[in-house]
Design a protein around this ligand. Sequence first.
Ligand SMILES: [Zn+2]
Ligand SMILES: [Zn+2]
Length: 174
Amino acid sequence: MTPHDDAEFTALCIKLDETLKRRGSVNSISFEAYTDALQDLPYSALHNAGMDFIRNGDWFPTPKEWREAAEDHLFEDIVPLALPAPVASRDVELKTITLPNGTSVNVMISDWEFRCTACEDYGWTRTPCPGDRTCGRPFRHLAHEVVGDCPCRKTNDTYKRHHTPSVAARKAQR
Ligand SMILES: [Zn+2]
Ligand SMILES: [Zn+2]
């Protein structure tokens, strides 16, 4: 999440607050605490997780629950990339591999290349933050990893092919 996601994040929190029950006697949400607890995650994952809570949840999520749900969405975005590429690679070599049980299998080696070596076409970059202001937090904190959008997303055709909205594909993943 970056500072310019703040407005959308606030709107999403209000949406959740209006839709879901609250635990205990908490009457107002501390946006600041939530923002701080979740800010190293990309807003798109938080948004998708938030919409899941609105659709399927009963309670306003705790930061921990929201984190866990958002991390599932990070993973969900990466899963389709494990599928073989439809056109971009060519089979260049047939290899026969012998498995430990003695069976031989033929494996086709392709000339697949990553369009972006920084993110290997996943679209996410991981930057270590030693606990200083690298991630944007204005105070000292424990070292962690900052996950962000890779700048290649707009031009990376592999990334784009895997992230073209397809209702059927998204439903199949659930
Ligand atoms: Zn990239
Ligand atoms: Zn940091």
